[in-house]
Design a protein around this ligand. Structure first.
Ligand code: UD1
Length: 433
């Protein structure tokens, strides 16, 4: 627990110095998906046997999730991009507040804990800079499966009444297609008695990855990746070996936008192109040529023109790439309208981009971005994970050296960004005081 806190204290003081104006060239390797890896790790709570995952990215969020699982009695062995998780006997069902507060995905552990043990006590996840992040849908789903759920003093306590401690299959219709709620309910339903359906389910690739892992462990899930998921409950799940996490579509999108903002051709791989359809389309629309060859995407930017985006649940344009795309639009020819529809407060990067000379007008959750000929370097702060990435992209194109703070956020979700960008010719250096 201390190591995680110390690491984030360290990155609080660090800066990334990004020297703008250098062309990039070569191939960028995409790591495993953070949002998939985190939830697949919690799925290990469902089995007493070892779950072995590969293609795990090196991120502080993964360290945080390892610490949370260890606090519940899971044995965690990690070597390079491989992690082995053994929840033979769980020693607890109540992860500590300090850990859950800093990592929202850890709240989703309430689903597998309840499914496996019949009880769980998980602190509500903390507030978030990008907007309210309720868990009402998660709780509604668990209740539908037969759990008694109480929220008191910031803790969600859930238990299955009766001596068998087993949830019961149910029909659940989500009010909104929440990714976390879909994953929480899915993990609870796999060990329930009978059949469950989740309607209006999130269709994100990470949900599909979770269902694939669970099916490999012996679950019976169909329909994941579509709006209706059906789960036929089983008595127990086995372990699995060598399950590879899908490539990170958000990291891949960030790299493609790095190519576009520096007007440099780059190869980005591995990418599952269907996971990025909306993003690839917008990049084409704004003037990039995109060539797909299996799991490899080659981007060749031309003159960049303004295009509009509206963030939406998958398969729409992802909110997690809104900030990086806005950085790109700051350098485009014309005026772009960017509407954030998922989070009410996810436009804090606007003020930071304005410090770099961007011309942006805000109208509630819409940003009207008028492209400028050249951004100029400034000290800026990444106010959340994806805003921090947007600052790095803006810095790659700006005149001068941009000093990016807020690396605590960046390190949560980008696996060694500076080394990767440096390998294709960017001048990005971490300044460690
Ligand atoms: C996941 C991703 C995050 C991404 C988000 C949306 C993880 C670990 N994180 O977060 O990177 O930005 O999906 O793509 O996978 N909502 C409700 N009620 C609820 C739950 C959610 O109204 O009970 C709303 C939220 O306020 C938000 C929207 O649904 O507006 C999306 O949230 P959700 O899909 O739950 O996001 P996360 O799973 O937390």
């Amino acid at each position: 627990m201390m190591a995680v806190a110390e690491a984030s204290q360290e990155s609080l003081k660090q800066r990334l110095n990004v020297s703008g104006g250098h062309g990039l060239k070569g191939t960028l390797r995409v790591s495993g998906a953070k949002n998939s890896a985190l939830v697949l790790m919690t799925a290990s709570l469902l089995s007493s046997e070892t779950v072995e995952l590969t293609n795990i990215p090196s991120l502080t969020d993964i360290d945080g999730m390892s610490a949370i699982l260890e606090s519940l009695g899971v044995q965690v062995d990690r070597a390079s991009d491989r992690i082995r998780l053994t929840a033979a006997e769980l020693s607890g069902s109540a992860p500590p507040y300090e850990l859950v507060n800093s990592l929202r995905a850890s709240f989703f552990s309430i689903g597998p804990l309840l499914g496996r043990l019949g009880h769980a006590r998980v602190p509500l996840p903390g507030g978030c800079r990008i907007g309210a992040r309720p868990v009402i849908e998660h709780i509604r789903g668990l209740k539908a499966l037969g759990a008694v759920v109480n929220v008191e003093h910031g803790i969600v306590s859930a238990s299955v009444p009766g001596s068998r401690k087993r949830l019961s299959g149910a029909q659940i219709v989500l009010d909104c297609p929440s990714v976390g709620a879909t994953e929480t309910i899915l993990m609870a339903a796999v060990l329930a008695e009978g059949v469950s359906t989740i309607e209006n389910a999130a269709q994100e690739p990470e949900v599909q990855d979770l269902a694939n892992l669970l099916n490999t462990m012996g679950a019976r899930i169909t329909g994941a990746g579509g709006p209706v998921i059906t789960v036929e409950g089983v008595e127990r799940l086995r372990g699995c070996s060598n399950y590879p996490v899908i490539p990170d579509r958000i990291e891949a999108g960030t790299f493609l936008m790095a190519a576009a903002i520096t007007r440099s051709p780059l190869v980005v791989e591995p990418v599952i192109p269907e996971h990025l359809s909306a993003v690839l389309q917008k990049l084409r629309d704004c003037g990039c040529s995109i060539e797909i060859n299996g799991r490899s995407v080659t981007i060749t930017p031309g003159e960049i023109h303004a295009v509009d985006i509206t963030t939406q649940p998958f398969p729409g344009f992802p909110t997690d790439l809104q900030a990086p795309f806005m950085a790109l639009m700051c350098t485009a020819k014309g005026t772009s309208v960017i509407s954030e529809k998922i989070y009410e407060n996810r436009l804090q990067h606007v003020a930071e981009l304005q410090r770099m000379g961007a011309s942006i007008r805000l109208e509630s959750s819409t940003a009207i971005v008028e492209g400028v000929a050249q951004l100029s370097a400034a000290p800026v702060t990444g106010t959340d994970l994806r805003a921090a990435a947007a600052m790095v992209l803006a810095g790659l194109s700006a005149k001068g050296i941009t000093e990016v703070s807020g690396l605590k956020h960046l390190d949560r979700g980008y696996d060694d960004l500076e080394a990767k960008l440096s390998s294709v010719g960017a001048e990005v250096k971490r300044n460690i005081p």
